[in-house]
Design a protein around this ligand. Sequence first.
Ligand SMILES: Nc1ncnc2c1ncn2[C@@H]1O[C@H](COP(=O)(O)OP(=O)(O)OP(=O)(O)O)[C@@H](O)[C@H]1O
Ligand SMILES: [Mg+2]
Length: 367
Amino acid sequence: MAPLSLPKFNFDLKKFSLPFMQQQNLTVGLDIGSHAVKVCELLESGKKMKLVSLGSARLPAEAVEDGELKDPDAVAAVIKSLFDNLQIKGKKVGISISGYSVILKKINLAVMNDKELEEHIQSEAEQYIPFDLTDVYLDYQDLKTNTTEEERTDVMLVAAKKEVVDSYLLMLRSIGLKPVLVDVDAFALENSYETNYGQEGSIVLVDIGSSKMNINIVAKGASLFARDVALGSRQLTEQIQGKFDLDFEQAESLKIGAVSPAEKQEDLEGIFISTTTQWIMEIKKAIDFYNSNFPDTPLTKLLISGGGAKVKGLDRYFSEETGLPVEVLDPFLMTMADTSKIDPEYLKTIAPEMAISVGLASRPCPF
Ligand SMILES: Nc1ncnc2c1ncn2[C@@H]1O[C@H](COP(=O)(O)OP(=O)(O)OP(=O)(O)O)[C@@H](O)[C@H]1O
Ligand SMILES: [Mg+2]
């Protein structure tokens, strides 16, 4: 493992695997959001990756909420038809989770070898995790932040409620898929970034989905701050719905610019301004935290992704507010796509939403 490698979590799924499974080098990335399911399949091809398939399918309202599966059958049906339509052969999938059922905790410990650390975590985890340990899957990674002056290191501890993780595993198995990896949204996002941009600089990653934002600040491959916030693009839809007395789909169309706002323009701008102001306030809180804790390594860039990153002018606004260069993350920067099979325009349009699924899809199959 590199001295500062990405935290890549996997909640010990090996015991669920079947022997003699067909060879598949990379995991099929499956990002089950609250608005849509995104799937991405990559193939290793020299320095670059080859994009084999990608797609997205809307989920029924309330099928996934707060990171939990509320209607597993409905979600299973959507995933199954997405795999069928895209003719995805790989069965080994990687998913990621977020929300209230996941706890990320960075702890600072004396440097230990792997065995000592494992024992320490097993015996001491209780004091760091606010859940009963029998109810959670636990994983950790030594971020190896020790220096020659200080023999202490940061360790990222991750706990996820078994009940929630198991409901995803069960749902995926019900349609013949083999979950081989469970990651955390913020770290899958980080993996997407590093696969495409490397480990240069100190970067703020923000994925703005439908109902939550994942904020992850990374420097040299280590996550220094990770937090989920319950804000997202659905807020815009709901406010547009309320303001103009529209149904959800009409409000969505107005929001994404599929229909002309006409006389609604001014009110619509007001909604966008007040909501995106809430978004940037949360991002600035994270940035302030980072700046006061790591004053010697200033942030170099803010990268946004998720469907919410497609709000027009958001990059410019965030840049004005933070003083940082802001870009929309391109998860396909280092990927070759066969343009006779994958429409480049579609790829460009869907790229921001695909960030997390690409982060999952670029991870090797653990077994
Ligand atoms: N041009 C646009 N402007 C604003 N919002 C948009 C635009 N295009 C799509 N969206 C919104 O982005 C959201 C979908 O993005 P994404 O797929 O990243 O969310 P999700 O992963 O399903 O949600 P979450 O991560 O919060 O569970 C929807 O709310 C959709 O309306
Ligand atoms: Mg999402």
